[in-house]
Design a protein around this ligand. Structure first.
Ligand SMILES: [Zn+2]
Length: 81
């Protein structure tokens, strides 16, 4: 039997895929930082292996976009090479 498409399939996970890490090809995850109240939540996409990250953003979409642009920054204590 062939699978039939129903039109109303995947509405979520389509546009917001998190690409693998550009440095080590590791898995990246979303981290939410909840600062003391009065401040806005900060969202970072970070590699679970080498800790490369997208920087901090106010929205998940923005963080994923930045990460997927493949220009993440490293933590300052990360040693290169
Ligand atoms: Zn990595």
């Amino acid at each position: 039997m062939m699978q039939s498409k129903h039109g109303t399939g995947d509405t979520m996970s389509d546009s917001k895929k998190i690409l693998p890490c550009p440095f080590c090809n590791g898995k990246a995850e979303i981290y939410m930082h909840y600062p003391p109240f009065g401040r806005r939540v900060r969202i970072t996409v970070r590699c679970t292996q080498c800790r490369a990250n997208s920087g901090e953003w106010g929205m998940i979409d923005k963080a994923i976009e930045a990460w997927n642009r493949r220009v993440p920054v490293k933590d300052e204590y990360e040693v290169y090479g």
